[in-house]
Write a protein that binds this ligand. Structure first.
Ligand code: CO
Length: 138
């Protein structure tokens, strides 16, 4: 059901500066950029093996990531796991009694389907499920 770590989400204020550190110092290039209005973020994906670090810059202070940074500062925001069938994965979690933020998948970055598990269910770690789009259009 859960296949691998898809990405780790990091909340940042200065996306260019942080992307520069990953790129220049860690050799992790920006492989995709996207503004996801529905989630109130500008995102950049940095490649590492088959996975990514997802930098998230809030579009405003009243967004989810904006409120996160106001409360806790920049830093690790969520861990995302790749699944092949997000509907089945969500059904399985519901059956297991795991508290969900999203009971239905919604559209995420790169036309993936995503849903969030409540951090209360996972020791305070905001957890995302990602079903990648069948074909990636980078
Ligand atoms: Co994410």
């Amino acid at each position: 059901m859960f296949e691998t770590i898809d990405h780790v989400g990091v909340a940042v204020l200065d996306l260019e500066r942080v992307a520069g550190v990953y790129g220049a110092a860690f050799g992790m290039p920006v492989v995709h950029r996207e503004t996801v209005e529905s989630q109130g973020v500008e995102a950049a994906l940095l490649g590492i093996g088959d996975a990514h670090v997802e930098l998230l810059r809030p579009l405003g202070p009243e967004t989810v990531v904006g409120r996160f940074i106001a409360k806790r500062g920049e830093g690790l925001h969520h861990v995302a796991y790749r699944v092949d069938d997000i509907d089945a994965a969500l059904a399985g979690l519901r059956e297991a009694g795991v508290e969900l933020i999203d009971t239905e998948a919604r559209v995420g970055i790169r036309r993936s389907r995503v849903a969030f598990v409540h951090p209360k269910a996972v020791a305070g770690v905001l957890t995302e499920l990602v079903e990648p789009a069948a074909e990636l259009d980078h």
